[in-house]
Write a protein that binds this ligand. Structure first.
Ligand code: CDP
Ligand code: CDP
Length: 229
C-alpha cells in the first residue's frame, strides 16, 4: 500500500513556516495544511457570534456549529464563506492565542488535522504539529528567526495586503503571541525532541525550501525513491 508521508513544521509567528510549507508541498505534490488558519477561523467565528475568545464556556458552546474548510490552494472557508484574507486582520491576530488555548478547541482541531493527514501525504505547519498532532511525522522542522526579521517580514506582507500597523506594533503582537503560545497549559509551542532546528533569519524563501526538501530526502530517501519509480 502507498505510504502517506507527513512533514511537520512548527515555530513562532512569522518565522516563514507557511511560505516554505506551501512551496515544499507543491514540489512534492503533498497537501499543504495551514493549522494556524483553522484557529484563526475559529477566532473569527467567536468574534462574529459576539463571544469572548478568552472564555472557555463561550468557546465550547461554538464548537458544534463550527464548519471550516481549506482548499488545495490554501483558501479558508467558514460555513462556506471565503475568509482567507479576513482571518489575517488585526482583530483576529490579537485574539487567536486566547481562543486556541482552550483544551476542547484544540482537541477538535487536532481531530480534523489528523483525519486530513490520514488520507494523503501532507505538509502541515503550526505550533504543535511535531509534538502533538503528528508525532510520527517523517520529518519535523522547528523554524525560528530573530524578532527583528520576523516583524520586518510580516510588516512588508501586511503592507502588501493593506493590513494596517507599524513595525513596532507588529513586533509587539508576535512577541505577545509567542509568549502566550509558549506558556499555555495545553500543547504549548515547543520544539519536539526529534525536530531539526532551522534558523531562517538570514535565509531567503528559496533557501528555506531547499533546506527542508534536502532534510526530507535525507530522512526518507530510499523509500521515497522506491515510491517514485
Ligand atoms: O502566521 P502566524 O505565524 O502569524 O500565525 P498562524 O500560524 O496563523 O497562527 C495563529 C495563532 O494560532 C498562533 O499564534 C497560535 O496562537 C495558534 N496556533 C496554535 O495554537 N496551534 C497551531 N497548530 C497553529 C496555530
Ligand atoms: O507561517 P509563518 O507565520 O511562520 O510565516 P510566513 O507567513 O510564511 O512568513 C511571513 C512573511 O515572511 C511572508 O511574507 C514571507 O514571504 C516572508 N518570508 C521571508 O521574507 N523570508 C523567508 N525566508 C521566509 C518568509
Amino acid at each position: 500500500m502507498k505510504k502517506n508521508y507527513a512533514i511537520a513544521i512548527d515555530g513562532p509567528a512569522a518565522s516563514g513556516k507557511s511560505t516554505a510549507a506551501k512551496a515544499v508541498a507543491k514540489r512534492l505534490s503533498f497537501l499543504y495544511i495551514d493549522t494556524g488558519a483553522m484557529y484563526r477561523a475559529f477566532t473569527l467565528w467567536m468574534i462574529e457570534n459576539g463571544r469572548d475568545p478568552r472564555s472557555e464556556a463561550d468557546a465550547v458552546s461554538l464548537i458544534p456549529g463550527f464548519e471550516m474548510e481549506e482548499d488545495k490552494e490554501g483558501r479558508v472557508f467558514l460555513s462556506g464563506r471565503d475568509v482567507t484574507e479576513r482571518v489575517r486582520e488585526n482583530d483576529v491576530s490579537r485574539l487567536v492565542s486566547y481562543a486556541c488555548a482552550h483544551k476542547a478547541v484544540r482537541e477538535r482541531m487536532v481531530e480534523i488535522q489528523r483525519e486530513m493527514a490520514s488520507r494523503q501525504s501532507v505538509v502541515m505547519d503550526g505550533r504543535d504539529i511535531g509534538t502533538v498532532v503528528l508525532p510520527q511525522a517523517d520529518l519535523k522542522v522547528f523554524q525560528v528567526a530573530s524578532v527583528e526579521a520576523r516583524a520586518r517580514r510580516r510588516f512588508l506582507e501586511n503592507q502588501k495586503k493593506g493590513i494596517p500597523g507599524t513595525l513596532e506594533e507588529i513586533a509587539e503582537d508576535i512577541e505577545r503571541r509567542d509568549y502566550i503560545d509558549s506558556h499555555r497549559e495545553h500543547s504549548p509551542l515547543m520544539q519536539a525532541e526529534d525536530a531539526v532546528l532551522l534558523d531562517t533569519s538570514e535565509m531567503t524563501v528559496a533557501q528555506e525550501v531547499d533546506a527542508i526538501l534536502k532534510l526530507f530526502l535525507e530522512k526518507v530517501g530510499e523509500t521515497w525513491n522506491d515510491m517514485e519509480q
